[in-house]
Write a protein that binds this ligand. Structure first.
Ligand code: SF4
Length: 270
């Protein structure tokens, strides 16, 4: 595979770039575990996530996409790096997705930003009072989450939106550490899609939440109460606002709005 390097070196002026030239780089699974576990706060975690190179296939893919680009974005620089979580540092609502999109988060450097899924998601978050603006176009666009934080289970755009099991597991400590750093504030987690649902439950069990056995199944608008060390958390399921789901009507604006309105109300943000 060609050895592409990151199109945007850390600390070179990209808006909201959390990293700098001295940020330590994970190059293997054990580095991810060590650097994630040792991150003292979200700022340090985000910086370390954003320069990670632990999965060779995903590093090659994200950087290839960032160089080849899609025609519509040919004149724009692509981020081409892992995409950290984004939003409030003390969120009451946490929104978990699968992974950044090749020409969305991988282009803009912000999760669910610059693609159709993000258009749907942020329009709904705005309608339900969880986002300041009805769009999410690029880093530094004035968007702000209100009482919420969005993060992906896997931080690099995967080919066909499908990380391997090994890649999912390698990336797990970034997700686990981010959860650990914010969980005491969180009242509701919205899992966008079954991958997010299935991978959030074990991470919550590791943090001391009582996860039922057998594990509850994913469905749109499914709800599970999970007692834990910081009170009882509500896990809500939602179909992912992917183009396939929105085009086919599997998920509608009303369905998304109902989930996020429920989340906001339950979290005491209404
Ligand atoms: S998927 Fe996660 S662990 Fe793998 S390179 Fe990206 S950020 Fe690192």
């Amino acid at each position: 595979m060609p050895a592409f390097t990151s199109p945007v070196p850390p600390g070179t002026g990209w808006p909201d770039d959390p990293a700098g030239p001295a940020t330590p780089v994970a190059r293997a699974a054990e580095d991810v575990a060590r650097l994630a576990g040792g991150a003292r706060d979200l700022a340090e975690l985000d910086a370390r996530v954003s320069v990670c190179r632990a999965c060779p296939r995903l590093v090659e893919w994200r950087e290839r996409v960032a160089i080849e680009k899609r025609r519509a974005f040919a004149a724009e620089p692509y981020w081409g790096r892992p995409v950290p979580g984004w939003g409030e540092e003390e969120p009451r609502v946490l929104i978990v997705g699968l992974a950044p999109a090749a020409h969305g988060g991988n282009r803009t450097g912000r999760i669910f930003t610059g693609d159709r899924s993000g258009d749907w998601l942020f329009a709904s978050l705005h309608r339900t009072g969880l986002a300041k603006e009805p769009y999410s176009v690029r880093a530094g666009d004035g968007q702000r989450l209100l009482g919420a934080r969005v993060l992906a289970r896997v931080r690099c755009a995967p080919p066909d939106n499908k990380p391997t099991i090994a890649e999912r597991d390698t990336c797990g400590p970034w997700f686990a550490r981010e959860l650990a750093l914010v969980i005491r504030h969180v009242r509701v987690i919205v899992a966008l899609g079954s991958f997010a649902w299935q991978n959030t439950l074990p991470a919550l069990a590791d943090l001391g939440f009582a996860v039922p056995r057998p594990r509850p199944s994913f469905a749109h608008a499914a709800e599970v109460e999970l007692p834990g060390p910081y009170g009882t958390l509500l896990l809500l399921g939602s179909y992912h606002p992917s183009q396939q789901n929105t085009f086919t009507g599997k998920v509608t604006e009303q369905m998304l709005d109902a989930v996020f309105a429920r989340a906001r109300h339950h979290a005491g943000l209404a």
